[in-house]
Design a protein around this ligand. Structure first.
Ligand code: OFO
Length: 168
């Protein structure tokens, strides 16, 4: 059985994962109306789907452990970006915020002596390491490219090979 404090903290994370899904969905929609970056568009849509999966995983866990996963309202995500570089920069910052939040949850699970939740959260810890590393690599590439259109063309080709998250 999950404690009230742990339940509330996990519910907060449900909101964060769902919000991440909305943020990347908005990026996908914005990217879709930009010319010539079709694979970036798919990347954002896939990323949005992944975040929804992360949210669902938490919802099932909380409910299975005798808690109640409350579905929250989400905030309006950013709708447009001055450039693709700006979108990826926001993606990195967002992932860093998520990692902090996961770390905080791990802390709470230890304080609560909730080792089942602690164990469950290890998947998210590993996932965040991957996601942050990927976001950093993509930002580094975009920085090198700068305003070069040919570079952006190659970036779009390249991103096709990138896998967004760790497997279940
Ligand atoms: Fe849920 O992994 Fe990104 O935020």
């Amino acid at each position: 059985m999950i404690s009230k404090r742990m339940n509330e903290a996990l519910n907060e994370q449900i909101k964060i994962e769902g919000q991440s899904s909305m943020v990347y969905l908005a990026m996908a929609s914005w990217a879709e109306i930009q010319p010539g970056i079709d694979n970036v568009v798919s990347f954002f849509y896939r990323h949005s789907d992944e975040e929804r999966e992360h949210m669902l995983k938490l919802i099932h866990f909380v409910n299975e452990r005798g808690g109640f996963a409350m579905i929250p309202a989400f905030e309006q995500p950013t709708l447009t970006y001055p450039s693709i570089n700006h979108a990826f920069k926001e993606l990195l910052e967002h992932e860093m915020m998520v990692s902090k939040s996961i770390n905080n949850l791990v802390d709470i699970s230890l304080q609560e002596k909730d080792y089942a939740t602690h164990n469950f959260l290890q998947w998210y810890v590993a996932e965040q390491i991957e996601e942050e590393a990927l976001a950093r690599t993509l930002n580094d590439k975009l920085e090198l490219i700068g305003d070069d259109k040919g570079g952006l063309y190659l970036f779009d080709k390249d991103i096709l090979t990138v896998s967004v998250g760790t497997e279940e």
